[in-house]
Design a protein around this ligand. Structure first.
Ligand code: ATP
Length: 350
């Protein structure tokens, strides 16, 4: 069993806590993604699992063993970094052999392992090339083969795709995920790219300022963000500030009276998903909320279009509409009505 468990892990640098009381369980064979903005502590958390950073407090367990005090080379973890970190003067085969030599594997046993690892990443014909004779995507696959060749219990990926161009990134994403599934490898990946996180993860951990903000599936985070930070960081939200005003009512700073779910009082922020707001005709105002507004800015995104609509001197929202060739787009200055159902808005007390 390669279940990974972090218990109350903290890493302090002086008074600053880069990782603050992080507890996590990653199931055998699970693909877990640590997601968060730059500086949130995700890389430090991964480096603690890898053994490069010693935690100030807390423990790391792999299966039944406490590995907190083990040096990196005694942990059976395969690592892939953003920078590939291949040795430039060694061939692909030699790069992959390196990890086996470090583990003192007899030379005769190495060759079939290297061939198998290269076959896994579909590079079996390129073993004699030097890294500079490979494309970025191929180099990253060599790095992956090098991490897999000694059959690690856990695979740790640190922004492995950020050096690849957008199209290649999409392809390698699928390759890594399929391979991980096939091998049933317990995997932790770090990224700040929410699209990457959402497409690859079984489960996600959103971090900010060293702490876990929410753990859950894609739907948990998207449909039920636990706090304003998560609503903003996962998917897109457009916010209206104001206050809760009793059951089912939110009053914006600009005086809009908005129907919402739940109860409470005091200052709050209403989060709305742009794709769940709709343009409507004033006559058909059947939604829980419908406000007149003026289109102030238009972003053309291809299949979708973002309309920035001013609802009051203090409030502007983004409405994402589908771009259909038969339907003319609104123009700047046009008067429109924006509607949404009360279940769409999430209110966060502030
Ligand atoms: P990025 O995506 O930019 O790599 P991150 O979320 O992975 O960010 P970490 O690299 O884990 O963040 O860093 C978390 C915080 O800890 C940052 O504010 C960083 O400056 C700080 N930090 C990391 N290593 C050290 C160190 N050796 N000494 C002091 N502070 C550090």
């Amino acid at each position: 069993m390669a279940r990974l468990q972090l218990s109350s892990v903290t890493k302090s640098y002086g008074d600053f806590k880069a990782v603050d009381d992080v507890s996590l369980e990653i199931a055998d064979g699970e693909f877990l993604v640590l997601l968060g903005p730059s500086g949130c502590g995700k890389t430090t958390t991964l480096r603690i699992v890898a053994g490069f950073v010693e935690p100030t407090a807390g423990s790391v367990r792999l299966g039944k063993d406490d590995i907190t005090a083990l040096p990196p080379w005694k942990r059976n973890a395969g690592l892939v970094f953003q920078s590939y970190a291949l040795f430039p003067h060694m061939t692909v085969n030699e790069n992959i052999a390196f990890g086996l030599e470090m583990r003192r594997m007899p030379k005769a046993e190495m060759a079939p392992k290297i061939t198998e690892a290269l076959r896994l990443v579909r590079l079996d014909h390129l073993g004699d090339r030097l890294p500079r004779q490979l494309s970025g995507g191929q180099q990253q696959r060599v790095a992956l083969a090098r991490a897999l060749v000694f059959r690690p219990d856990v695979l740790l990926l640190d922004e492995p795709l950020s050096n690849l161009d957008a199209k290649l990134r999409g392809e390698v994403r699928v390759e890594i995920r399929e391979l991980q599934r096939k091998l049933g490898l317990t995997t932790v990946m770090v990224t700040h790219d929410q699209e990457e996180a959402l497409t690859m993860a079984d489960r996600l951990v959103v971090m900010s300022e060293g702490r876990i903000r929410q753990i859950g599936s894609q739907q948990d985070l998207y449909e039920r963000p636990a706090e304003k930070f998560v609503a903003d960081f996962v998917g897109r939200s457009t916010f209206i500030d104001g206050r809760r005003d009793g059951p089912g009512r939110f009053v914006s700073a600009g005086g809009l009276i908005v129907a919402c779910e739940g109860n409470g009082s005091g200052s709050a922020s209403l989060a709305l998903r742009p794709e769940r707001l709709a343009l409507m005709s004033a006559a058909a105002a059947a939604m829980d909320n419908c406000f007149p507004g003026t289109v102030e800015f238009i972003s053309y995104l291809g299949s979708q279009v973002d309309l920035h609509v001013r609802l009051s001197p203090k409030e502007r929202v983004i409405v994402q509409i589908q771009n259909r060739p038969e339907a003319p787009l609104p123009v700047i200055g046009e008067q429109v009505h924006v509607g949404w159902s009360k279940s769409t808005g999430r209110v966060f007390q502030s």
